[in-house]
Design a binder for this molecule. Sequence first.
Ligand code: ZN
Length: 349
Amino acid sequence: MRLPPAGRLLLQHQQQQTPPLRPLSKLALNNKKTMPPNPQLPALVEVERLSPGCIRILAGNPGKFTLQGTNTYLVGNGARRLLIDTGEGRPSWIAALTRTLRDERATVDAAVLTHWHHDHTGGVPDLLRAWPGVKVYKKHQPEDEAEGGEQQKLLDIADGQTFRVPGASLTAVHTPGHTADHMVLAWEEEGALFTGDNVLGHGTAVFEDLAAYVASLEKMGRLFFGGKGGRAYPGHGAVVQDGPAKIAEYIRHRAQREEQVVQMLRADKADATLVQGVAAAGEGEGTGDDKNTWTVMELVRSIYRDVPESLHMAAAGGVVQVLQKLLREGKVVEVDDGERWKLVGRSVL
Ligand SMILES: [Zn+2]
């Protein structure tokens, strides 16, 4: 089956848990609101000071998968700042960054990219055009070498590498899951964590490798320095005030989704209370054991029956990840050349 594009964000539960923050600064930061594509999401202002050492600049790319747009962060309190992510190359972003740096009488010392996705790296050319001396870092991946070009100009990030400017010491930690090259940044002075796209301000995130993702979430939960605050600054969406609690919620959510897949595989598809619409969808050309074998989309339609169908393709990526994890653990088998899945030990009758 065709998988959704890697790294797209899945909005499953758009609950708002974080009250909007008021700017702490007297500075005339830009107050332009970016309207979220989903009215349930809180509006965020284009440039906002979130703490004495952190200003968020939105990338100007709101959408179904990017929430209010990609967050970029200017970190530190001196004349040299660190920039986290660069948006996707919209003119509004480089203009907002330029204005903010002028107001702050500061320059960007280095930019650190959380992962390779275009909505985080697309602003690099604009950044380098405006400030040719900026060092841009991204964790190298073996495939980067093959790709050549732009990726090779970026400086590699070592796991545990620390970036320092006045007011901010950020330690980069390799946390694969959303992507293989994904890095989060632990901020020592504030006891906060820049979570990239592994943890978002609203809903849940998608991932390329479930086992690696859950291991990374567990690692991230331990990266908040000494309980000094514990905020999570996500790649998309509002600030999360209690980062460790949100990460624990993400871990629980993944375990629940895995359990739901197992329960579906255990159920009889004929049970209409469990599987609304699956029979009607006409899948499965009656191979006799259809009752106990499931296609990915049958599982998605059953598990995500309360989620708009437009998000089912994105959800399928997560279900495939669960099935592959269960396959490695010997709990499921593939049938019909991987078209269908069955719980190990289930009768086919
Ligand atoms: Zn993103």
